[in-house]
Write a protein that binds this ligand. Structure first.
Ligand code: GA4
Length: 328
């Protein structure tokens, strides 16, 4: 009999997650965008989780599938071809290293600006599929931000969405490919067969809103307020929305940015594409005046998106980035 040994745990140690318990039975909030009360559900989800799933989103399945197939083709190219899109500085093709401060994950990715990005110039069909997809996803993100303004009873209703619509909007697009990760012998029997190898370490997104779509492979987990993690069942026909740090500040902490991470699957590869909606670099990130009641004070110091982004990109993934901007 041939016994195939599992790879040594040491080889994977930088990718292993800590082992806080995983909460069972918590339902991910679901928002049907075609329903008249969706704005209230969005507010509730943003306050409780900073995260929700949307259906009836209006993004054509065809543009989703086209981008997925272009991305799959791209990631199956030889490494040297993929590297022609440039090293991530921060835009371009990257693998294993995330950011510039020592974070690693079992992942390869493409990080792109949503504007005129030179990175994909030799991948024209990819660029076309991406622009097409991004147009619909940005529209949906703006609709959601307008429903938020309605639900928060603030005027004008485009107070948030105009930041994404601005020509100078500093938005980012990311495609992540998590190849199946070979089984790792768990340190102690924690019940998860693959020893929970980290694909993308825990973090919050610095921007206003993130819109994620993945194939049908599991891996995404969100952290609940009390610190436990729940797995988000994959659904390739839906989108998942994250509240980002900037939206937390703009709502003076009423909405919370969601801590999330991705663990790898030992059998299937996971492909996710995420639109990170950000404001123009010069935009002041501060609580919306129309949300502040009476003598309510801002919980945060004054800063621009440029200042926050600079500080965020100088941090480690798991750092609490907003802490430096909180009033003492
Ligand atoms: C998290 C959200 C987006 O993926 C991203 C990431 C960025 C990167 O990959 O370069 C960062 C991360 C993200 C926050 C902290 C810094 C910067 C990696 C990292 C360690 C593109 C973004 O805007 O911020």
């Amino acid at each position: 009999m041939v016994v195939v040994s599992k790879p040594a745990i040491e080889q994977f140690s930088p990718y292993l997650k800590n082992n806080k318990p995983t909460a069972l039975f918590t339902q991910i909030p679901l928002v049907d965008l075609s329903k008249p009360d969706s704005k209230h559900q969005i507010i509730k989800a943003c306050e409780e989780f900073g995260f929700f799933k949307v259906i009836n989103h209006g993004v054509p399945m065809e543009s989703i599938s086209m981008l997925e197939s272009e991305a799959t083709k791209f990631f199956s190219l030889p490494l040297c071809e993929k590297q022609k899109t440039g090293q991530p500085q921060p835009y371009g093709y990257g693998h294993k290293r995330i950011g510039t401060h020592g974070d690693v994950g079992w992942v390869e990715y493409l990080l792109l600006t949503t504007n005129q990005d030179p990175s994909l110039h030799s991948f024209q069909t990819f660029r076309v599929a991406l622009n097409n997809y991004m147009k619909s996803v940005k529209k949906m993100a703006c609709e959601i931000l307008e429903m938020m303004a309605d639900g928060l009873k603030i005027q004008p209703r485009n107070v948030l969405s105009k930041l994404l619509m601005d020509e100078e909007s500093d938005s980012v697009f990311r495609v992540n490919h998590y190849p199946p990760c070979p089984n790792v012998q768990p340190l102690s029997g924690n019940g998860n067969g693959n020893g929970d190898v980290i694909g993308f370490g825990e973090h919050t997104d610095p921007q206003i809103i993130s819109v994620l779509r993945s194939n049908n492979t599991s891996g995404l987990q969100i952290s609940l307020r009390e610190g436990s993690w729940i797995s988000v069942p994959p659904d390739q026909t839906s989108f998942f929305i994250n509240v980002g740090d900037s939206l937390q500040v703009m709502t003076n902490g009423r909405f919370k940015s969601v801590k999330h991470r991705v663990v790898t699957n030992s059998v299937k590869s996971r492909l996710s594409m995420i639109y990170f909606g950000g404001p123009p670099l010069s935009e002041k990130i501060a609580p919306l005046p129309s949300l502040m009641r009476g003598d309510q004070q801002s919980l945060y110091k004054e800063f621009t998106w440029f200042e926050y982004k600079k500080s965020a990109y100088n941090s480690r993934l798991a750092d609490n980035r907003l802490i430096h901007f909180e009033k003492i």
